[in-house]
Design a binder for this molecule. Structure first.
Ligand code: BG6
Length: 293
């Protein structure tokens, strides 16, 4: 990256909620990215306003994940398979990334953040890696998370770009793009359920891991807009809303906030985890945008 941190027209290094962050601006859009977890908490466009949801009850503190935006789940998704002492969704979202600079590319500004394995990460995940995260802000938000195996052994990992979309009321929205895909239902415990309906509506707690590479749209009639989650090199899509009871059980989630969000996550999880031989790289990308309906 050529430009020194803070020196480009579109990138500002700021402090938000007491933590170092970047404000990126391009093409009338604006994003806020915390170095803590490389966590994007806001993306707004001139035409469509805010596309991401962040809880008013979120923690902003070392060791705690921010609730909302786009938590970066790595190197595992959900609970750790073997160790109960390790945090859900991996350590990336609670670890500080290094800001390597930003540059203008076409109509966008692109910031690069890096996380390199350390004695601390090896305690939870015994592998050497370099993870590079590119946050591209323009008419759309493009997030690319690339992992390089810098160790001598095979590296297997899961990843999710855990995007919380802002909606007017999850009970009114229609999600499309997943019909024909099968999913594991974390609420009922069933595996390999076929999504037959073209349109998915929400009527209760929803927590599904779909095997799908497809683009997903979420139509929000009240806002008169459709949110679009596109992706590349991602074999699974997670769809999540906690509904009433689960929202109540989460300290960093307001009891009445659950209707305002739905997560659509570009992931490589479960049996679709990424297997990287020595020196190999893999990048998972999601692209978030909106259109008027
Ligand atoms: C989703 C999972 O991706 O994240 C859910 O599928 C989980 O099971 C949710 O509840 C939130 O996880 P966390 O660790 O941020 O509370």
């Amino acid at each position: 990256m050529q430009s020194a941190p803070g020196h480009t027209r579109h990138t500002e290094q700021i402090e938000a909620h007491g933590l170092p962050a970047l404000r990126l601006r391009a093409s009338g859009s604006e994003a806020l990215v915390y170095l803590h977890g490389a966590h994007v908490t806001s993306f707004s466009t001139a035409e469509h306003g805010e596309l991401l949801w962040t809880s008013a009850h979120s923690h902003y503190a070392a060791g705690k994940a921010i609730r909302g935006g786009v938590p970066l789940c790595f190197p595992w998704f959900g609970a750790h398979a073997a160790r109960k002492d390790l945090p859900a969704h991996g350590f990336a979202r609670t670890t500080s990334f290094v800001f390597d600079g930003s540059e203008e590319r076409g109509d966008s500004v692109v910031a690069q953040l890096t996380l390199v394995s350390s004695p601390e990460t090896r305690g939870a995940f015994p592998h050497d890696f370099v993870a590079r995260y590119q946050v591209s802000v323009g008419r759309e938000l493009k997030l690319s998370f690339e992992v390089e195996n810098t160790g001598a052994d095979m590296l297997a990992y899961e990843v999710a770009l855990h995007t919380y979309l802002a909606v007017s009321d999850v009970r009114q929205v229609v999600l499309e793009g997943l019909s024909g895909a099968s999913y594991d239902d974390k609420v009922s415990g069933q595996s390999g359920v076929l999504q037959t309906d073209e349109k998915l509506r929400f009527a209760g707690e929803t927590d599904r891991v779909y095997t799908s590479t497809a683009r997903v749209t979420v139509s929000d009639p009240e806002r008169r807009r459709r949110l679009i989650v596109d992706k590349t090199a991602s074999a699974t899509t997670v769809v999540w809303n906690p509904w009433v009871d689960k929202a109540r059980r989460m300290a960093d989630f307001g009891d009445d906030e659950w209707p305002q969000m739905v997560c659509v996550e570009a992931a490589n999880a479960g049996s679709h985890r990424i297997q990287l031989p020595t020196a190999a790289r893999h990048g998972t990308t999601t692209i978030i945008s909106a259109e008027t309906t």
